[in-house]
Design a protein around this ligand. Structure first.
Ligand code: FAD
Length: 412
């Protein structure tokens, strides 16, 4: 069977892309293919699954904000349980400038409440000198933020796609994209540079998939598919790890309304970037750190969490700032990758021949997932702008391949 569109990758961005493509044009024959045995088993499953609209770039803010509004609409108006809880994001600072900080962000407020019952505000002199960390001096909470369950969100898209007649092929590994000329001369070595060429088919371990158009939602695996055809994926993988911890203190605090009325402790970010994502189902926090320097860009198929990373990089911060973590133990841990756009940290969604490539979600593919799907559908229709949920518009150039108004055209 020949398809109109083959979406490679059934994570959140592939599901959302297929959904918005099909919703715009119900006549499209769409296939979603994935190497895993079901949907959303890649980085979508490994994510901290938190959301916020707290971004410095307007486009990132709008993508996240409108996707959050869409998810909220599903949960509140359509009765779809997405496990969405508006816990807020609590940013703790070791300086007083938080008031300047919030003026730029919607939905955020300066925290005037007393923090001393929960956090250690006074780091002793020796620790300050040895670790170079300082006492918490101010805090901000982003209230349009919280946690969501990506399996429930993914299932909602998956069920809609089945209803709409979209086909799925799981356990199917796409080995390569095969470039071929529009008009073949059947001459060895084709395609030649003077021939107009495009992706003719995808070669998989189950045979060949033919389609007029392909959407690559393959996250950190995108480079492996694009390198052989000479297209830059614009992403670099960065390993990210999560450690689930619990302690008697955490069990007492996790279900409390603290700076929110969600019944769940806020997602909290400490000075230095260590964060705690509440996981109330197991009376635990998921704790992590998006380390940059000294974290290489290497990639392995099944990354393992590093207990030493927790012991030496995360735990000392929790020990100092968060007394409730005393006697905590790790009850689970895992590792995945951010598909990192190292230029401006916004997703890349761009057209190239008969392909749309989605990459560089940079740790935000779930919170922006619905918007990414809408941008893919608009790009498929050759639109320069995308109307996001609620009517806000985004210029597709900002997530496209050439974002700068100035690029060198004379590359020969
Ligand atoms: C530790 C961690 C914490 C994170 N925290 C957050 C967070 O709090 N909030 C947030 O919004 N985001 C977060 N993210 C990022 C988020 O998980 C990603 O941005 C998002 O899941 C990307 O979705 P995706 O569909 O593009 O990728 P994936 O879910 O990885 O899906 C890609 C799919 O492509 C398939 N695939 C790839 N290559 C092939 C091939 N050759 N053949 C067949 N199938 C193929 C894979 O099997 C996979 O299912 C986090 C990520 C990590 C690792």
């Amino acid at each position: 069977m020949k398809y109109d569109v083959v979406v490679i990758g059934a994570g959140i961005t592939g599901l959302s892309s297929a959904y918005h493509l099909k919703k715009k044009d119900s006549s499209l024959k769409i296939l979603v293919v994935d190497k895993f045995k079901t949907f959303s088993q890649g980085n979508t499953a490994k994510s901290a699954a938190a959301f916020r609209d707290f971004f410095t770039l307007r486009e990132n803010q709008v993508m996240a904000q409108t996707a959050i509004n869409f998810y909220k609409h599903l949960q509140n108006d359509m009765d779809v349980d997405l496990g969405m809880k508006f816990t807020g994001y609590l940013f703790l600072f070791d300086h007083e400038k938080a008031r300047d900080f919030i003026s730029k962000y919607p939905h955020s407020r300066f925290v005037d409440e007393d923090l001393s019952e929960i956090f250690n505000l006074n780091i002793d002199k020796d620790t300050r000198e040895v670790m170079g960390i300082d006492s918490i001096k101010s805090a901000v909470i982003d209230e349009n933020a919280g946690i969501i369950e990506p399996d429930l969100l993914s299932k909602w898209y998956y069920d809609r796609l089945l209803e709409m007649g979209v086909n799925f092929m799981f356990n199917t590994f796409v080995k390569k994209l095969v470039l071929a000329p529009d008009t073949s001369l059947n001459y060895p070595g084709e395609p030649f540079n003077w021939q107009k060429s495009e992706i003719k088919y995808a070669e998989t371990d189950k045979g060949i998939l033919e389609s007029d158009f392909y959407v690559l939602c393959t996250d950190v695996w995108t480079t492996a598919l694009l390198n052989p055809v000479g297209i830059d994926s614009h992403l670099r993988p960065k390993k990210r790890q999560i450690f689930q911890i619990t302690s008697p203190g955490i069990q007492k605090l996790i279900g409390k309304n603290i700076f929110n009325d969600s019944g769940v402790f806020p997602f909290t970010i400490f000075p230095t970037g260590v964060y705690m994502r509440p996981y109330p189902q197991a009376n635990s926090f998921w704790t992590s750190l998006a380390d940059e320097l000294n974290r290489d860009f290497s990639f392995t198929e099944n990354p393992e969490p590093e207990p030493d990373f927790y012991t030496y990089n995360i735990k000392p911060i929790l020990d100092n700032y968060f007394p409730a973590s005393e006697d905590s133990r790790i009850t689970a841990s895992w590792a995945g990758y951010y598909s990192y756009n190292t230029i401006d940290f916004m997703p890349y969604i761009f057209n190239e021949i008969n392909l749309i490539v989605v990459s560089g979600s940079t740790g935000g593919g779930i919170m922006k997932g619905d918007s990414i799907g809408r941008i893919v559908a608009a790009r498929y229709d050759h639109k320069n702008t995308t109307t996001l949920y609620g009517g806000k518009k985004i210029n597709n150039t900002y997530t496209g391949r050439y974002r700068s108004t100035k690029i060198e055209d004379m590359v020969l």
